[in-house]
Design a protein around this ligand. Structure first.
Ligand SMILES: [Mg+2]
Ligand SMILES: [Zn+2]
Length: 199
């Protein structure tokens, strides 16, 4: 079994400018590629799990998204990084309820089965509360990024209440996992309430 880091996409890897589906609009957040490379070298699979309701809304197609993901793959390959992509194309108001749109854990469970992931030693990182909720439902340690969006920041307290670690950006989140992995998991699972301080 493989340990993994599940990653939200918009607002976690790239600037969340809304329904990003073209490479021209893709802007990496600072230190993301370097952090992903570090995590991969430490033996983590990298799995992107992303709500892409722009498909249900008719703003872009599955094909558009697939093209973008291949372009990002090429970019990441230059840093020797490989990610697995999962997305939910639905929006309940348009396509009806589904099991994959976060906060539901459907994408994470599918990836777990596809890639044989050891969930007890794996993590979810995202900038929204629903990322943490999906991670918790799937049995992962969770890290909430205190995003640049007001919407995201207003969810920090609730994420803490759920037991998520709150940090500023992906680089910090991955450093936390890599430098204090066991302590982080213990902290998350409430087995230890000391030894982990993130400012
Ligand atoms: Mg996000
Ligand atoms: Zn879905």
């Amino acid at each position: 079994m493989q340990k993994a880091i599940f990653l939200d996409r918009d607002g976690t890897l790239n600037e969340d400018t809304g329904y990003v589906h073209r490479i021209e609009d893709w802007r990496w957040l600072p230190l993301v590629k370097e952090s992903l490379a570090k995590a991969q070298r430490a033996g983590f699979l990298l799995v992107v799990v992303s709500n892409q309701s722009g498909i249900a809304r008719g703003l872009f197609t599955e094909e558009d998204l697939a093209v973008l993901e291949r372009q990002i793959d090429c970019d990441l390959a230059r840093s020797n990084v490989t990610v697995s992509w999962y997305h939910c194309p639905h929006l309940p108001e348009i396509t009806g309820p589904c099991l994959c749109r976060k906060p539901a854990p459907g994408m994470l469970i599918t990836a777990q089965k596809d890639l044989t992931i050891d969930m007890a030693n794996s993590w979810m990182i995202g900038d929204r509360l629903r990322d943490c909720e999906a991670g918790i439902a799937a049995g992962l340690g969770t890290i909430k990024l205190s995003g640049t969006h007001e919407k995201s920041r207003s969810e920090d307290e609730k994420a803490k209440e759920l037991g998520s670690l709150v940090v500023q950006n992906l680089s910090q989140g991955i450093d936390c996992i890599l430098t204090a992995q066991k302590e982080c998991l213990a902290w998350f699972h409430g087995k230890a309430r000391r030894g982990m301080h993130v400012s």
